[in-house]
Design a protein around this ligand. Sequence first.
Ligand SMILES: NC(=O)c1ccc[n+]([C@@H]2O[C@H](COP(=O)([O-])OP(=O)(O)OC[C@H]3O[C@@H](n4cnc5c(N)ncnc54)[C@H](O)[C@@H]3O)[C@@H](O)[C@H]2O)c1
Length: 413
Amino acid sequence: MIAAIATRVWARQAMAANGLARRGLSTTSGGLAVEVYNPSGEKRVVVTKMLPGTRWLDILTKKLGARVEVLTDAKYAPTIVPNSAIVDLIGDKCDGVLGQLTEDWSAETFGALKQAGGVVYSNYAVGYNNVNVDDATAANIAVGNTPGVLTETTAEITAALTLAAARRVVEADEFMRAGKYLGWLPDLFVGKLLQRGTLGLIGAGRIGSAYAKMMVEGHYMDLVYFDKFQNQKLEDYMKGYSDFLESQGEKGITCTRVDTVEEVLSASDVVSLHPLLDKTTHHLINKERLSIMKDDAILVNAARGPVVDEVALVAHLQANPNFRCGLDVFEDEPLMKPGLAECPNATIVPHIASASLWTRGGMATLAAQNISAFLQGQPGYDSQDMTPFVDGPFDAMPESCPSIVNMDSIKRN
Ligand SMILES: NC(=O)c1ccc[n+]([C@@H]2O[C@H](COP(=O)([O-])OP(=O)(O)OC[C@H]3O[C@@H](n4cnc5c(N)ncnc54)[C@H](O)[C@@H]3O)[C@@H](O)[C@H]2O)c1
């Protein structure tokens, strides 16, 4: 009884926090508390966490006309939903699932979805390293993701972590709150100036490029990058910016693509990681590579935790007090490796890089539209501009799937 009341209270709080004005029907599904919208809908779509905004719900209930069941069970509210609960939630009949990057989408969960007649899963994230796409494809299940709405938001947190680490903002905040400030001192929280320093990027895709523009334009930094591919657009942009600076009588900046990770590490005052996580980038930053970075360098990771060997990083932070890092992601999320929390030279936030209201609402819209459009037999979208889905009129939304990563491998009826 108490648990049931707690569940309802939590569900209402979550809806209020998410700006979800409409109430669903509180009931249970597979033994789990859910909130049901459009109960008489013919298709059934399951959503494993309540999402921000209402556009996503309108897409699923009005455009698709589906019954939508959102998991609101208090047991899983603040934490990762395990496979067993996902399988229970999918039940006997489920056409599609909208799930989270913290969940394990592989043979077991895709098997349950296929068994229930499901044909589409959409990740509420741009990265999909939690999804075994081969397992999905083997089950003939389409996999969606949400590119194009996380870029600037993630770049902004990367810039925030860089500045916080460089200028020791969190340490100073804690000091102030602890009542330790007794007066201005010449050596109180002396940090690192970024102006005219060197910025290193590993992975110069969408987010890396957006972050580089913020840092280079804001702090006149020279840019060095390593990527498997040349980013000509970024290089042209930086050349144009440098020409502009020179036209204003200021010193220009440089942008250089280098052949190795090591060249970025040894040259840079700030190194920011923006590759996707795969076999080639697992522990890309390790003990040896940390040792070639400048003693007072800043390492920022808002990509994926396992890109950094976190044990090696803790040892490096402990041995080099002037070395700093800014981390949004962790190797064993939600856990941290022993010692990290005690390092004053680490600025750490709980995977909030995409947590702006516009982005989280946009992600929900894209993930829902992937499911709705796919179930209606609509094609893939032929542009990278996601604004018609996210900001355009509801009735003029493109009739296509924003991003299905295995579209070409799926057989459709
Ligand atoms: N912290 C968060 O909440 C958050 C939010 C969004 C994205 N991300 C992560 O950021 C990553 C990058 O996102 P994006 O939108 O910029 O992706 P993107 O595909 O535009 O860019 C990734 C870049 O990494 C490069 N790359 C791949 N393997 C490499 C390697 N071995 N060495 C160097 N470069 C390599 C690619 O060539 C590409 O240019 C995502 O895969 C995701 O994991 C994290």
